[in-house]
Design a protein around this ligand. Structure first.
Ligand code: MRU
Length: 354
């Protein structure tokens, strides 16, 4: 029996990406969407780190949750000899899977604290599974709380259109969404006219995932090429750009999917609000600014090809950073489950996150 938290399905959300069964983890293979809904079953931490690296599962909170279950699996399947060394090695491998989203390291640190407090393998198996489930449940609860905070902040009484980037929905989180959680809540309250979804080159999270997950829940989504965002802001009545984050630093800079920074510049030019929605597990107060954050660069093949079909001359040199840094000065609000930082800067961030 899966023990995955259920509240999002009770709220009519048709998408789940992570299913926990106690001795195995199932991940919906996001590389195959929207064409195929295929679940991968994992029984060890190595498979989980590989799945994070290969983007079977992606999105900052979902990566953290999966890694936590990975540690729980490492305990569950530890040989019984030097079980502590086995779990430590699993944590190291999981930490090396992707570098940018801090939720991964945050979740692993939480798991590591519990692990260090365990005196036997039996205790570790139980407590690590419970901790991973708690991380999953808390993320879902944070999603709901952020959506409420954001709606209060937006404060609209009439239906509005918004624009989003990448995929920040049920597929990327514990089950409701960060930026897409706000979109869902606007829709639930009949305050959403339209959400424009950037297709999000090169991995196409917007086209393959956001458009899929929103359409199956009946949320009015219009897909656009990334390059159309300026024209949309100029010609359509978009009030807010709403995005998620992979890491928010102590000065309020936001590291998120490549292309987010351009959207923030465009939004400021067009006087459109720019909102970042992320749980506090995405906040990294140990990093002074976005310039310090390691930005993942992925294989150029992601830009040169799509599913084996060449889009550019074979072997052409490609620069493929998959995240960028949006300076705090371009952001109107960072919404977390702990509250909203308006016009973020070091002082505002410290007031909320210490
Ligand atoms: O490379 P990805 O797909 O893992 O990147 C995901 C993003 O950049 C999301 O915007 C971010 O993780 C927030 S998800 C709630």
């Amino acid at each position: 029996m899966a023990t995955t938290p259920k509240p999002s399905s009770e709220r009519g959300i048709g998408t789940v990406a992570i299913r926990w069964h106690g001795s195995s983890l199932e991940l919906l293979d996001q590389r195959l969407l929207p064409g195929e809904e295929h679940w991968i079953t994992l029984e060890g931490a190595a498979g989980v780190s590989q799945s994070i690296r290969d983007m079977v599962v992606r999105g900052a909170p979902a990566i953290g949750i999966s890694a936590a279950y990975g540690v729980a699996l490492a305990a569950r399947h530890a040989g019984g000899g030097d079980w502590k060394a086995e779990i430590k090695q699993a944590i190291r491998e999981l930490a090396a899977s992707r570098p940018t989203a801090v939720n991964l390291f945050w979740a692993l640190q939480r798991m590591e604290r519990v692990f260090h407090a365990c005196h036997s393998l039996d205790e570790a198996v139980k407590r690590l599974a419970r901790e991973a489930e708690a991380i999953h449940e808390e993320d879902l609860a944070a999603n709901f709380a952020m959506a409420e905070q954001a709606l209060e902040y937006i404060g609209t009484k009439e239906a509005i259109s918004v624009l989003t980037h990448c995929n920040t929905g049920a597929l990327a989180t514990g089950g409701y969404g960060t930026a897409l959680g706000v979109v869902r809540r606007l829709n639930e309250k009949k305050l959403l006219k339209e959400v424009y979804a950037d297709e999000t080159r090169p991995w196409l999270q917007g086209g393959r995932l956001t458009a899929w997950e929103l359409s199956r829940d009946g949320i009015p989504v219009t897909l656009n090429a990334d390059g159309a965002a300026a024209a949309i802001m100029a010609r359509k009545d978009v009030r807010w750009v709403i995005v998620g984050a992979d890491r928010i630093t102590a000065n309020g800079d936001v590291v998120n999917k490549i292309g987010t920074y351009s959207l923030a510049v465009l939004a400021r030019h067009h006087r459109v609000g720019f909102m970042v929605v992320a749980p506090s597990s995405t906040v990294d107060m140990a990093m002074a600014s976005g310039a310090d954050v390691p930005i993942e660069e992925r294989d150029g093949i992601e830009v040169r090809e799509i599913r084996g079909i060449g889009l550019a001359p074979e072997g052409v040199s490609v620069f493929n950073p998959v995240f960028d840094v949006t300076p705090a000065s371009l952001i109107d609000a960072i919404v977390t489950e702990k509250g909203v930082v308006h016009n973020p800067n070091m002082t505002g961030m410290r007031a909320l996150f210490g």
